[in-house]
Design a protein around this ligand. Structure first.
Ligand code: GLU
Length: 293
């Protein structure tokens, strides 16, 4: 895996402190660490805590303990996203100046009812790669006067990307370089499959997609190594990078660790939590064996 010429490769593990790390996180963190070491690169840790309601300092402390126990070492200071909302706001402002974002007033419940009404009439509502319904176009089509009125009234809203408008602004085809599963390929990005993605939440002044793209650029990340559950999200990330003029990292999507039910592990499932396994007497070597390293 090669970094752009003259640049020391930079890898990152970017967990959200909203629950205990499990075996899947161990795989991701160790792979990043080892790939960085193998190419003389840097290994960064980033705390993705924009969800202030669910992320806690206790979970963050637990992340440091678990990773240190696994034998990983990372550079200081650790970037904590909640301390950088200004950076994400600046990126949102750029997209706003390009007239590619609009205020979105529908709640999750509103979307659900709109979709249910549509499907009751026998029509199929399009879904994104994660299975969620695409955001309806009512807010995008709203007049400027109406938008201003709703904003002035203080109506709760998020900010969404006008996907069609955004696609019209970037050169096609949009691709990324993927090195996962031993292959090195140019992948076709398909951001349209996600519809008008959220860029700033109603309860936080950013979103996963926006913060991850801004931070990967600000931290000079050359290699994004993460679970294959985020494979399709890469399409959105590539689009945002193009719109914002940000560099394009190499992507490596790795296998997931599945539970006995064949589903990906969840933070609420205690039996595969690293701290719980440690308390039950497991060693770092046991963890490596369990995740097939
Ligand atoms: N914070 C994300 C997670 O915990 C990972 C983001 C990424 O690696 O791009 O799933």
């Amino acid at each position: 895996m090669l970094a752009p010429p003259g640049q020391r490769p930079v890898f990152r593990f970017a967990p959200s402190p909203n629950g205990p790390l499990h075996l899947g996180h161990a795989l991701s963190a160790i792979l990043n660490h080892e790939m960085a070491q193998a190419v003389g690169g840097r290994f960064l840790l980033r705390i993705e805590d924009i969800d202030l309601a669910r992320c806690t300092p206790d979970h963050e402390e637990a992340i440091y303990r678990d990773l240190a126990w696994l034998g990983l070492r990372w550079e200081q200071p650790v970037r904590r996203q909640s301390e950088h909302f200004g950076d994400y706001g600046a990126a949102l402002d750029r997209l706003r100046e390009m007239e590619l974002v609009y205020p979105a007033f529908m709640t999750r419940g509103d979307v659900k009812s709109a979709v249910a009404a549509h499907e009751a009439a026998g029509e199929v509502w399009p879904r994104d790669p994660d299975g969620s319904p695409l955001y309806p176009d009512a807010d995008r089509k709203r007049s400027e006067t109406e938008r201003r009125r709703l904003l002035a009234e203080g109506s709760r809203h998020a900010w969404r990307l006008d996907m069609a408008g955004a696609l019209a602004r970037v050169a096609r085809p949009l691709t990324w370089r993927e090195t996962g599963e031993g292959c090195e390929e140019e992948m076709q990005a398909d951001p349209a499959a996600w519809g008008d993605v959220i860029l700033s939440r109603s309860d936080a002044p950013s979103s996963y997609h926006l913060s991850v793209v801004v931070d990967d650029a600000l931290q000079g990340i050359t290699h994004v190594v993460r679970g294959v559950d985020l494979y399709h999200a890469t399409s959105v990330h590539r689009l945002l990078q193009e719109l914002l003029g940000l560099p394009e990292p190499v992507y490596h999507h790795h296998r997931l660790i599945l539970g006995p039910d064949g589903r990906k592990l969840s933070k609420s499932e205690q039996s595969t939590g690293l701290a719980a396994l440690r308390a039950a007497g497991a060693s770092p070597a046991d963890i490596r064996r369990r995740i097939g390293l």
